[in-house]
Design a protein around this ligand. Sequence first.
Ligand code: MN
Ligand code: MN
Length: 295
Amino acid sequence: MDTETTDKYIEAGKTAKKAIELAKKIVKPGVSILETAQKIESEIMKNNAQIAFPVNISANDFAAHDTAFPNDTRVFRDDDIIKIDIGVHIDGYIADTAVTICFDNSKADLVKASEKALENALKIACPGTNIGDIGKTIQETIESFGYKPVSNLSGHYLGQYMIHTGTSIPNIETNTDVVLKEGDAIAIEPFATDGAGAIRDGSRVGIYRFLENKSVRLQSARKLLQFVQKNYSTLPFAARWLKEPRGFMLDAALKQLVQAGALHEYPVLKEVGNGMVAQAEHTVLVFDKPIVTTV
Ligand code: MN
Ligand code: MN
């Protein structure tokens, strides 16, 4: 990895860190989820960086992929455990980082389990480490707190304008030949739960990604597809970012585009045992001395 690329990853990381700090300040019981999403995303753009994906704001047994939907009226509640997951890029070089926020102490230990697992995994994010050993470290750390890692969620390799290059970084002990190489950019993201230790797709969808141009029946869907292909050709976007169509026409257009294979949808991810979920995530550049861009 050349220095120019390294610098862009580091700059993106700094802005992502700022956005996380803002989230920690403004996420409070009674506060609107929609306003929180808008403030966090504005903070990213104020810093001359770009949004790599809609801010994920996922509560309780929803592990990830929730975000404010258009006209969302939800507010944070006293007993929520909130995962804020933020993506920032500069010229496509991505920082992906997450924090878990709760307002009372009852889930502090669960949060600690995910944070400690991340800390231990980052220590071994060096050239030559088998990624199965990262999974093993995460699993053992989370289990030492008496919780389970979410086995079917994982970290991932990052590429330019690509959040997930196709190779996952496991959160459980895994047999694999994949070994970290100098200059790899990866996101490590342990999820800890007091539930079953797995997630499934939920029904709500607020985040999508353009796949390919397909012909569809609805004219509003065709216009929408043109718009997202132009503006969000590789990275995910939120339904709430779209100005038209509105309301049920937007839902209908998105649904038709998903069915046609023009868009990929990211349904909310729900813990199968209805367990509470905590997440911690950092982006790291793999070197003998790893560079964690988002701390
Ligand atoms: Mn993330
Ligand atoms: Mn990630």
